[in-house]
Design a protein around this ligand. Structure first.
Ligand SMILES: Nc1ncnc2c1ncn2[C@@H]1O[C@H](COP(=O)(O)OP(=O)(O)OP(=O)(O)O)[C@@H](O)[C@H]1O
Ligand SMILES: [Mg+2]
Length: 286
């Protein structure tokens, strides 16, 4: 990466996000977890969380951790209330919360899981922004959350259509909420007939190109599952696995992202340009 790009992408200050030493924060959090059993969790303030989805019920240590963390956010005043769960997945849960100023936030909490941490390592190794790759499962997942935050920040600064990143700590990330009031925007996969699909395709191609050329990143998991459809426009999410264009597998991931998007649009009957031509247009930096 040349100097200009480095300045543009904000890489320089990337490792001191929030002014907190990452490893101090991790140590403190580990200690907090040890005390988990002893602490009283104020469930009453966590309104309506998980009325419908069973996955986030407080029936495992894993979910207790999440409740504990949400409760800490409430206690610290970072958020004022939690409205409900948007998504309960294998790797992360996403909640709709409100800031003290009544702004909507999406709070993504990664689960501390050994299997997840194993594949995460592959994306972290080879990324020049992460010099030390920890062995500890929690620490890998904390690094993962900070990776998503940094990637979002780079994409957002480059003016691309992603949720604005707001806060990251340990395995918890707060970002701009995409939706109307309490109804989150659907993923593209769930939209039966997107309006003006040609324009939609062009906006997604603009994102792929901009992410590569302006933010020096490749998404790496781009498909109709990780694009929200909001105000008839795409908002790209789930950017944690994105790698810099210098990562040894960056070009493989780029080709895969392009194929996924072109396949989706072909399936819904849009005439797509030649994917190879588009690939070369993206990687051509001059
Ligand atoms: N900023 C946001 N605003 C609104 N909804 C969001 C936002 N971020 C994520 N979501 C919702 O949460 C879901 C999961 O988010 P994301 O794709 O980032 O997580 P994931 O890593 O795929 O999680 P898992 O694989 O465990 O399902 C999305 O499909 C989307 O419905
Ligand atoms: Mg996803």
């Amino acid at each position: 990466m040349d100097k200009k790009q480095e300045e543009f992408s904000g890489d320089k200050d990337d490792d001191s996000e929030n002014g907190v030493d990452e490893y101090d924060a991790i140590d403190k959090f580990d200690k907090d977890l040890d005390d988990l059993e002893k602490k009283k969790i104020d469930f009453k303030r966590i309104k309506k969380v998980d009325q419908t989805k069973k996955r986030a019920t407080v029936d495992s240590v894993l979910d207790e951790r999440i409740y504990f963390q949400l409760n800490n956010l409430l206690k610290a005043g970072t958020i004022d209330r939690i409205e409900g769960i948007i998504s309960a997945g294998k790797e992360a849960n996403v909640y709709l919360a409100y800031s003290p100023n009544n702004e909507e936030y999406a709070v993504k909490i990664y689960k501390i899981d050994t299997n997840t941490s194993k594949w995460m390592r592959n994306y972290i190794i080879g990324d020049p922004r992460f010099k030390k790759v920890p062995n500890n499962v929690s620490k890998i997942i904390y690094l993962w959350a900070s990776k998503e935050y940094k990637n979002l920040k780079r994409a957002y600064k480059a003016g691309l259509s992603v949720p604005e990143p707001i806060y990251v700590k340990n395995n918890l990330l707060i970002m701009e909420y995409i939706g109307f009031e309490s109804i989150p925007a659907p993923i593209l996969k769930e939209v039966k007939e997107p309006k003006d699909p040609v324009n939609l395709l062009n906006e997604i191609l603009y994102f792929i190109k901009g992410l590569y050329q302006k933010a020096s990143l490749v998404h790496g998991d781009l498909s109709e599952f990780n694009i929200l459809y909001h105000n008839q426009k795409p908002v790209i999410i789930d950017i944690s696995q994105a790698v810099t264009i210098h990562h040894p597998k960056a070009e493989i991931y780029l080709a895969r992202d392009i194929t996924n998007i072109f396949n989706y649009f072909e399936k819904i009957g849009v005439e797509v340009p030649n994917p190879e031509d588009f690939y070369y247009e993206v990687i051509n930096l001059d």
